[in-house]
Design a protein around this ligand. Structure first.
Ligand code: IPM
Ligand code: MG
Length: 364
């Protein structure tokens, strides 16, 4: 197939991990006869430095006309430490989500047998963790109006708003995902307190009869936060609103002990975006130390979700596992000798090629 993937590598370790994902993409092109065009765009602090805008119109155009977006990370400590900064890299991320209509953030959390000892939880608790969170991404308190400060500066307010329509579209995706997995869906909300949560329950209940094969349950978010740690294996698919999703996905991301392994998708009606969840990690940027596996696995999600290339996606996932088994991993995954970002990227691409037995390259 021929397709266009916009590449927005962003800040911090974004560029170097994205480069590694592109090596696997080349391997996929070669092995499976695809051709991808890869226009690039600026986003985040890099975009502010160059244009004053964290999500410039030019970048939006590149994204709108692409078939999928591969994204690295945004964020720079020089903005975090300045409470008076007028523009922040994070605004670019929120603008990108809103303007591209990326309404469903999908974050799978899966433990790897070889990495169980890395988890902060007991290995036996984590061994069967395999869940995915569907977080609503363009509504709720992140975007609701009015928001702001009172004139005297002593009060501030944010507004959480949801429409039934916004809840329906992500809920359907979550039910469909449950169908391809263990057929269990948990709605995480705070329906004992919040009106928006009661609309979520109402709406999800209305849709449930369309999916009689899926076992639906509900959980208050505080309880869910606890159960994720106590018994992550009890969850299969979780659907939740924007802010709750932000919090529980960070929590869920450490369950397996390997933040550097977790990819994500932000799905929209027209175009979808794929990114590692670890962020810009400026402390090691440019040092060839960052784990590129989450970026590489995000590429696998991209191939599967945007182009239905399941075999290609699987081949990348297998290559990542082969790499872990061969102990070709970055410092976050081993107490022994660590490989650099580059070496891991090369090795994954090589395993992809080997699995297709086409032109084995010895670029390890
Ligand atoms: C995330 C991040 C963002 C969010 C920040 C950087 C605005 O935490 O993608 O989860 O809160 O959504
Ligand atoms: Mg977050």
């Amino acid at each position: 197939m021929k397709a266009t993937i916009a590449v927005l590598s962003g800040d911090g370790i974004g560029p170097e991990v994205t480069d590694q994902a592109l090596k696997s993409l080349s391997a996929i092109e070669e092995c499976y006869g695809h051709q991808f065009e890869l226009p690039t765009g600026l986003v985040g602090a890099t975009a502010i430095d160059a244009t004053g805008d964290p999500f410039p119109a030019e970048t939006e155009k590149v994204c709108q006309s692409a078939d999928a977006i591969l994204f690295g990370a945004i964020g720079d400590p020089k903005y975090d430490n300045d409470p008076n900064a007028k523009v922040r890299p994070e605004q670019g991320l929120l603008a990108m989500r809103k303007q591209l209509g990326l309404f469903a953030n999908v974050r799978p959390v899966k433990s790897y047998q070889q990495l169980l000892h890395m988890s902060p939880l007991k290995p036996e608790k984590v061994a069967n963790a395999d869940l995915v969170v569907f977080r609503e991404l363009t509504g709720g308190i992140y975007f609701g109006e009015p928001r702001g400060r009172s004139e005297d500066g002593n009060k501030a307010y944010d507004t959480s708003i949801y429409s039934r329509e916004e809840i329906v579209r992500i809920t359907k995706l979550a039910f469909q995902a449950a169908r391809t997995r263990s057929k269990r869906l948990t709605l995480v909300d705070k329906a004992n307190v919040l009106a928006t949560s009661r609309l979520w329950r109402d709406t999800v209940n209305q849709i449930a009869p369309e999916y009689p094969d899926i076992e639906l349950d509900y959980m208050f978010v505080d309880n869910a936060a606890m159960q994720l740690i106590q018994n992550p294996g009890r969850f299969d698919v979780i659907v939740t609103e924007n802010m709750f999703g932000d919090i529980i996905t960070d929590e869920a991301s450490v369950i397996t002990g390997s933040l550097g392994m977790l990819p994500s998708a932000s799905l929209g009606d027209k175009v979808s975006l794929f990114e590692p969840i670890h962020g810009s990690y400026p402390q090691v940027a440019g040092m060839n130390r960052a784990n590129p596996m989450a970026a590489i696995l995000s590429l696998a999600m991209l191939l599967e979700y945007s182009f239905d290339l399941t075999e290609e996606a699987q081949s990348i996932q297998n290559a990542v596992e082969s790499c872990i088994s061969a102990n070709i991993v970055t410092e976050d995954l081993t107490e022994g000798t660590a490989s650099g970002t580059d070496a891991v990227g090369n090795a994954v691409a090589r395993f992809v090629r080997e699995s297709k037995q086409v032109g084995i390259k010895s670029d390890l």
